[in-house]
Design a protein around this ligand. Structure first.
Ligand SMILES: *[C@@H]1O[C@H](CO)[C@@H](O)[C@H](O)[C@H]1NC(C)=O
Ligand SMILES: *[C@@H]1O[C@H](CO)[C@@H](O)[C@H](O)[C@H]1NC(C)=O
Ligand SMILES: *[C@@H]1O[C@H](CO)[C@@H](O)[C@H](O)[C@H]1NC(C)=O
Length: 183
């Protein structure tokens, strides 16, 4: 009878252990959030789902989506940087334009650097600065686009459009970073 009791206790303990291990496995598993759920929070839902669904990788966990968003953001910021530099070179005769595009060039150079650091952090599962990076990226975009020296420069180029795309990439990254921070 004593043996039976021990057996019961053992089997109860082992089921507790199984439940415990399942909980541990769940907590440490890759975290998934549906693309639609993420994009419902985005300013432009169709831009967001087009971006996230263009990920050629089969991995759909949050870190993979975040890395892919950084990858696209890096391409877009590099394009904006290249365009700014081209426009700086073309506006040596126009001080206002020259100043404006030089400031933008510095801002996009910073954004490209921030995205590189964010990528390293993500790969080493260090999520604590991600929201600061997003904030800094969006501040740099606004510093370029909303600049007023001493009056706002009426930029006729494609740069405001490129900058708006970088800002949307950053906004999507911010939504994913929030999910990572909550985990
Ligand atoms: C949303 O993004 C799509 C492209 O993905 C674009 O065609 C559309 O103009 C954008 N809408 C707004 C309000 O920016
Ligand atoms: C942004 O990057 C995506 C992905 O490479 C590309 O399809 C899109 O044309 C880029 N847009 C700009 C303005 O750089
Ligand atoms: C930006 O310009 C550099 C050199 O000026 C070039 O190597 C690079 O491919 C360009 N990047 C993009 C995305 O066009």
């Amino acid at each position: 009878m004593g043996g039976k009791k021990i057996e019961n206790t053992m089997s109860r303990l082992s089921s507790i252990l199984v439940v415990f291990l399942l909980c541990v496995a769940f907590v440490y598993a890759d975290k998934f959030v549906d693309v639609n759920t993420i994009c419902k929070k985005a300013k432009n839902h169709s831009f967001c789902s087009a971006l996230l669904n263009s990920n050629p990788s089969k991995s759909r966990d949050l870190v993979s989506l975040a890395l892919y968003t950084i990858h696209v953001g890096h391409i877009n910021a590099t394009n904006a940087l290249n365009l700014s530099d081209t426009l700086v070179a073309k506006s040596s005769h126009d001080l206002e334009a020259y100043t404006y595009y030089s400031v933008c060039s510095n801002d996009f150079k910073e954004i490209v650097n921030i995205l590189k650091v964010a990528q390293v952090d993500l790969k080493s599962k260090n999520y604590k600065y991600l929201s600061i990076y997003v904030e800094n990226i969006r501040t740099h975009v606004s510093n370029c686009i909303d600049a007023k020296y001493p009056i706002a420069y009426p930029d006729p180029s494609l740069l405001p459009k490129y900058a708006a795309i970088v800002d949307q990439d950053a906004q999507i990254f911010s939504i994913i970073a929030n999910y990572l921070g909550q985990a």
